[in-house]
Design a protein around this ligand. Structure first.
Ligand code: ADP
Length: 525
């Protein structure tokens, strides 16, 4: 018994370790996974910000092309400002357009085609101070790539010039600069693009870097104000527009919120999984242990019963053989016959008990449903048990509730259950041979109670003692003969009567068993 149990325990531990270990490992890597999720989110948002920057770059580049073309057309049409002012009129974000031939001649227009000498002086200065950078732009252009560059000290309150190299040969001018009003550019040019990207999935906002004041948002000002400040981590400066940045957030929740939510859900699911798995394994283990115990108890039962049968059988055969020899006096013959009859009766008693049990076990037992006064039944049983109890040195007190109502049930099986309890009270009492029998009412039940001052039952065994073949392994219990079937029968009988059996016991102090019978309830036929 011990070894197979140990083996099963070991198998269970191994079986449990694998999934639980896996789940614990998952739990461990959870924060790692969540970090990856967070990174994925951030990369996605990053990509969106990148695309907005790329778009602004493309747009300004295309404007530079348009000015370049207008300049070429103007050269051929001879009209000094018309083409250029028409482009300027279409692009509201560009306040002035500036051209320079890099030999000292330059010109500036606004949308009305009017020259702006202040702006011209300022931009001429910028060109002078940044000759190196302009030369670099020319080199890029020769290599076939037009680079746009902002070349002024950054001043967010003033429109900024973005310089670009013109197509050579087509005009006397070599260099152009668009003087862009940044807030207007962000709102009128980038705004629609940001709106198209954001849809309902994101909130994209543009801010001024120095003051953190809002320039544009894809949602209303209220919703923007409600955005959590810590989500500003998702932000990028505009490549061509220093002094401004664009930021992106998820509506309703920050990335941290989302990740935390996911993590909590994952933790709860994993926790539940561990609990269910643990419970399942525990139940399985308990059941297997019980089955193994039962298997062993059954084999003990067979040897117990064989032993019980062998004693009367050998007595019968011994006396029968002696009688057969015909050498005994008439008086002895009579005595031997009595012994044979008594032992045969004992034998049939044992066999009947086993048959009865197997009948109940197979739910084939038929119960009567007749009115019974429990007090009468108790009196009757005790009358026939009185001498037996006295003979074994027991004192038996009786405390009847004379007001008990009748119940309905099967007299014989109730008496049998009651006798089983008295038998046990006797079997499991040691020095204090006192038994108290009582009847009474408890709520909707009448009860019979058998109380002893015997060895008692440990709390942990108080449920198992009703299992078939179960015998509590307390103290010297195995010195007491038994099959472990008595209480199983008692419980079956009580179930059939829609009643119950309860035990209350303190090891070393004694046990109280109570049989509860429902009042005014017919039992199943
Ligand atoms: P058996 O008495 O034949 O072993 P039962 O089914 O009647 O089988 O009882 C099961 C077990 O419950 C017993 O083996 C014993 O350990 C415990 N038990 C039953 N009645 C008592 C009692 N009155 N006092 C102490 N232990 C008891």
């Amino acid at each position: 018994m011990r070894n197979p149990l140990k083996r099963i325990t070991a198998i269970f531990i191994v079986v449990a370790i694998l999934p639980i270990g896996f789940i614990l490992h998952e739990l461990n890597t959870l924060s790692e996974n969540e970090k990856i999720v967070k990174e994925i989110y951030q990369n996605q948002l990053d990509a969106i910000l990148y695309s907005i920057n790329q778009y602004s770059d493309d747009v300004i580049n295309s404007w530079a092309n348009r000015f370049n073309i207008a300049l070429i057309e103007e050269k051929y049409s001879g009209d000094s400002t018309r083409q250029i002012t028409s482009v300027l009129n279409q692009i509201v974000a560009v306040q002035h357009i500036y051209f320079n031939d890099l030999n000292g001649a330059s010109i500036v227009y606004n949308a009305e085609g009017i020259k702006a000498p202040d702006a011209q002086i300022r931009l001429d200065n910028v060109v002078k101070q940044n000759r190196d950078r302009i030369d670099r732009l020319i080199t890029y252009k020769r290599a076939g790539f037009r680079k746009m560059e902002l070349m002024d000290t950054i001043n967010t309150d003033r429109p900024v010039p973005v310089f670009f190299v013109l197509d050579s040969g087509s005009t006397t001018y070599r260099l152009g600069a668009m003087v862009i009003d940044l807030p207007v550019f962000i709102e009128s040019t980038l705004g629609p693009k940001m709106q198209a990207i954001a849809q309902d999935k994101f909130i994209i906002t543009a801010f001024r870097t120095d003051t953190d004041s809002l320039i544009f948002s894809t949602v209303s000002a209220d919703e923007t104000a409600a955005l959590p400040a810590n989500d500003q981590s998702q932000k990028k400066s505009f490549w061509l527009l220093p002094g401004y940045y664009v930021s992106i957030a998820l509506p309703g929740a920050t990335i941290n919120d989302l990740v935390r939510e996911r993590m909590i859900t994952s933790l709860v699911i994993l926790g539940l999984l561990i609990a269910i798995l643990g419970l399942g394994i525990w139940f399985l283990y308990k059941n297997i242990r019980r089955e193994m115990y039962l298997a062993q108890a059954k084999s003990e039962f067979v040897s117990n019963v064989s032993h019980e049968i062998r004693t009367p059988l050998s007595l019968i055969s011994m006396y029968a053989e002696t009688l057969e020899m015909n050498r005994v006096s008439e008086e002895k013959k009579k005595e031997y016959h009595t012994v044979i009859a008594k032992e045969a009766a004992r034998l049939s008693g044992i066999v009947n008990r086993i048959l009865n049990f197997s009948q109940i076990q197979a739910n084939k037992k038929q119960y009567e449903s007749k009115p019974i006064q429990l007090n009468d039944l108790v009196d009757e049983v005790l009358k026939s048990y009185f001498f037996h109890l006295k003979d074994k040195g027991f004192t038996c007190k009786l405390d009847k509730d004379e007001t008990l109502e009748m119940i309905r049930g099967d007299r014989e099986s109730i008496a049998e259950a009651f006798i089983n309890l008295i038998d046990n009270a006797m079997k499991y009492s040691r020095d204090k041979k006192n038994i108290l029998i009582a009847t009474g009412r408890d709520g909707k039940f009448n009860f019979i109670e058998v109380k002893d001052e015997g060895i008692g039952i440990l709390k942990k065994h108080q449920e198992e003692i009703f299992d078939q073949f179960y015998r509590a392994p307390t103290g010297d219990v195995h010195d007491t003969k038994g099959s472990g079937l008595g209480l199983t029968l008692v419980r079956k009988t009580m179930d059939a009567h829609r009643g119950k059996v309860k035990v209350d016991s303190i090891p070393g102090r004694g046990s109280t068993f109570r049989l509860y019978f429902p009042i005014k309830k017919d039992i199943a036929p």
